[in-house]
Design a protein around this ligand. Structure first.
Ligand SMILES: Nc1ncnc2c1ncn2[C@@H]1O[C@H](COP(=O)(O)OP(=O)(O)OP(=O)(O)O)[C@@H](O)[C@H]1O
Length: 212
């Protein structure tokens, strides 16, 4: 299994948001749907090791998020729905920092900068539009050699050209062996991306959708 969840429980204070008894996926492109507030971002943050949780999360049958936090985080990347970075930081700073942390192969940063048309590398985030910030956050989500890339609402705020670039990058990266978990309120199929399976996050858990 590429990703496995067992008895995952997540809460904010007294409010339980997630209670997932079991979830397993192999290599593929998965679409996670759910109403506003269903818990998609909370699930993604939990799987990325950003929030404490109860239960077991296992990557590639061997990397347990709690027992192997560094190995796990090297192999799972998250692109947040509405990323926020310090206003003084530049795209160049962020890309260099993440490339080093994720042990990105030589030339990968330049390829991603080109793919997303990031021609504002030295413009501080404080002076970037939300779409400009989002494109950088998507580029850094591909850095390194991950097994899984999670993209939370990847299509929002970016223009048509960037959406097309992103979808073709998802397709080629998937063909190279990477599994994707994507959330979107828009239809991916309309954008020419074939989805392996769809899941609905409802009543705190994930249920497979017959026809995503
Ligand atoms: N930091 C937080 N502290 C307390 N409650 C939170 C926090 N973040 C989210 N919540 C609550 O957890 C629930 C799930 O929120 P989450 O952002 O995960 O949903 P979502 O499915 O991503 O929604 P959307 O589609 O609107 O982005 C909501 O009820 C929300 O109010």
């Amino acid at each position: 299994m590429v990703l496995e969840i067992r008895d995952l429980h997540q809460q904010y204070g007294d409010q339980e948001i997630l209670a997932i008894p079991s979830f397993q996926i192999n290599h593929g492109v998965y679409w996670i749907q759910g109403e506003n507030g269903a818990g998609k971002s909370t699930l993604f943050r939990t799987l990325s090791g950003m929030l404490p949780y109860q239960g077991t999360v296992l990557l590639d049958d061997r990397y347990n998020l709690k027992k192997h936090p560094v190995d796990y985080r090297l192999r799972l990347n998250l692109g947040e729905a509405e990323p926020l970075y310090p206003s003084f930081l530049t795209p160049s700073d962020l890309i260099s920092f993440v490339a080093e942390a994720k042990r990105a192969p030589k030339g990968q940063s330049e390829m991603l900068i080109g793919a997303f048309g990031i021609n504002y590398l030295k413009t501080p985030f404080g002076s970037c539009s939300s779409g400009m910030v989002k494109k950088v956050s998507l580029a850094v989500a591909f850095l390194g050699e991950p097994s899984v890339i999670i993209l939370d609402e990847p299509l929002i705020t970016i223009d048509r050209e960037a959406q097309e670039g992103l979808l073709s990058l998802i397709k080629s990266t998937h063909l190279a062996g990477v599994t994707f978990l994507l959330s979107s309120h828009q239809l991916f199929q309309q954008n020419g991306l074939s989805v392996t399976k769809g899941f609905l996050l409802k009543n705190k858990t994930l249920v497979e959708i017959a026809r995503p």
